[in-house]
Design a protein around this ligand. Sequence first.
Ligand SMILES: Nc1nc2c(ncn2[C@@H]2O[C@H](COP(=O)(O)OP(=O)(O)OP(=O)(O)O)[C@@H](O)[C@H]2O)c(=O)[nH]1
Ligand SMILES: [Mg+2]
Length: 381
Amino acid sequence: MIVRRYVVKDMPEAVASIRRELGQDAVILSTRNIRVRKWLGLRSERRIEVMAAAKEELAATAGASFGQALRMAMLGSAGERSSAPPAREVWSQLASEIAEIKQMLAEVKQRGDAPSGGDHEPLQRWRTFLQAEGVDAVLADRWARMALGHPVAPGDRPALAAALIEAIQSDLGALALPAPIRRDSRMVAFVGPTGVGKTTTIAKIAALHVLAGKRRVGLLTTDTFRIAAVEQLKTYADILNVPIAIADEPEDVPSALAALSSCDLVLVDTAGRNFLNPASIEQTKRMLAPIEADEVLLVVSLATKPADALKIADMAKPLSVDKFIFTKLDETSSVGMIPSLVAMCQLPIAYVTTGQNVPDDIDILSVSDLLTPWREAHGHG
Ligand SMILES: Nc1nc2c(ncn2[C@@H]2O[C@H](COP(=O)(O)OP(=O)(O)OP(=O)(O)O)[C@@H](O)[C@H]2O)c(=O)[nH]1
Ligand SMILES: [Mg+2]
């Protein structure tokens, strides 16, 4: 059973090698996007991994039981018979080939990807690409179909990548546009799971407003849950020379707010909690109630698994979230979770953070800007 793996830049390259090595009738079993490490692992480049098999081998084993297929493969062809016991090397080679095929089939199953059929190119390729990037399966199908509806030559990958981004942008409409804190918002609360960068992002936004000199910024922290949380925000307040107030309990909020009455923008920090736990959401909600925030920003780290991020956003609904802040863009190489979450939660993006430096590592970006890596991956420099 000859199954070979090809790691190539594009499909024409794969097809040429497959035809040459496995014959004209070879069958492509699966394709997927992978990243290959270069320069001592410092850089990575996109490649396509293609699994292909020689057709007659597939035909010979099709419909055979696992045991029959094994025997046929050992004998070299379906017709030959031999009473000689298999040599140890044949067994071990076979075992490794079977392990490879099992792995391949598991991957194919996991991606919900048909191993054969004319659907493979280019719809399947773009669907697989989007899912690998973190886009939900239903949206991946929708956006790949929309992109392929554009009048683009099938092999023109840069144009298809651009069409894909355009399709997503038009599907999201106004949600694709950046939505930073409104000028008329005074109380702005930041909520989210533990360690996603809420406090750091508040420091960045506060610093930018202080530097712009247009609004008097104040900080309110309700995070007395974690040791040193207050000190963390206080340090930023001292550096920026802005007032800070602390509310331990919901009852403390009115006096804390009174201390910030001269401020026209109050950024409210909350304790990071496990957002998959309804009790934590309830506590955050109780704390936010007396604050009456004009905007509630859900902070989500892009290093989170897409399925978990979706659950977090779903769990956060009782907090009346208005917008996302996506943090740690610098810690991920797949940006598909961004449009996927925006579409599924119907919330725009206020800010994106790109590193630990305060205040530099924060941006106001559209979904299209955020998908720029796709253009680069598919040929646009
Ligand atoms: N790489 C990277 N690190 C970030 C970014 N934003 C914040 N961090 C880091 O993430 C860590 C946690 O940041 P915090 O601001 O304390 O996170 P938090 O959400 O307030 O944490 P809790 O209050 O404990 O829930 C710190 O080491 C930050 O420097 C970012 O955009 N990129
Ligand atoms: Mg914090």
